[in-house]
Design a binder for this molecule. Sequence first.
Ligand SMILES: Cc1ncc(COP(=O)(O)O)c(C=O)c1O
Length: 397
Amino acid sequence: MAEIFTGNFTQQEPIPEDAIAAAVEVMRHGRLHRYNTAEGELSETALLEQEFAAQMGAKYCLAVASGGYALATALRAVGVQAGDAVLTNAFTLAPVPGSIAAVGGRPIYVDVNEALTIDLDDLTTKVDQAKVLLLSHMRGHLCDMDRLMQICDAAGVTVIEDCAHTMGASWNGVLSGRHGAVGCYSCQTYKHVNSGEGGLFVTDDPEIAARATMLSGSYMLYERHLAAPAPEVFEQVKYVTPNISGRMDNLRAAILRPQLKDLDRQVERWNARYRALEAGLRDLPGLAVVERPDAEVYVGSSFQFLLLDWAPDGVQQVLQRCAARGVELKWFGGAEPQAFTSRYDSWRYADVPSLPQSDRVLAGVIDIRVPLTFSVEDCAQIARIIRAEVGAVFQAE
Ligand SMILES: Cc1ncc(COP(=O)(O)O)c(C=O)c1O
């Protein structure tokens, strides 16, 4: 009898007990707002920022309400204004162009290639069209970051990194989020740490950090931060930077601090699952796994493969056959966006360009969530099911 997978693709692990205890402590004292501190108390949010800055080797860190808020704040803090063009990935998710729209900017999409990263040749041809690149490390795939930074530095383009899927990853030993001027992370439930909602923002630039802090709604209480620039820097920006409230609160920060300490162990666990999927899907006619470069340390919290140049009907059959066996696959090539699979031509508030290379790749991208509630054996089973169903449809084609 054909095996059926019974796991739940959206079920995350519970919040760890030490994080629950820290959250209960905050609720007991009631000081949830980050600036509501007792005499001599350091808030959970300020401590989280201090710890995350140290973990990332960054001078400054700001904790905010969401990853998308961190992106929009970064765009504002580096000076993007209404009407400005912003380069970004054609393959990413809706909060990325959404953050550009939030500041009145205009996205200019750069192609995706078969490695599922930004196409650096296309970037080279478009780099003079904007002053800022909002680079999304979509689904955890890092491009050649050394070459990307050379292209952007030579053109005077400021890089903001969207690390929603790469917290804990690195390129050539440099942590994701530490190549560009700003690194933005999401702490939303489906990401590498889970506070329901939440975002983190790191930079080494004192003015960007001060502007972001003012933007997030620090009133004039920025001296209560532990990973912010000196008060003199705030003097230069405090009257000319609007408050666009989006602070993190102490409850979320309390939940996040223990999880961040455990990040490296979690990365190992994700990658063991990723490797089981990869091994189970290698060398199958019609299916391409995405090869990961040696320079990349990735976090396998999701897995992608390509059914490149397949007819849409064939892909649909694979999706249906896998779903019937309990394996939920997401396809970026569907005619209509579903849940998290929207793509550049779904974002019609901005100009929709013609990007044939991206269309070809997106038409073949299949995406699988890998929650840590799956065991390594679960992932091997998922791979067996996909292998059998892709094989059956491919042979029948
Ligand atoms: C690629 C990418 N960037 C940014 C975000 C924004 O994160 P948040 O949901 O915390 O706003 C997400 C969230 O799904 C995402 O997938």
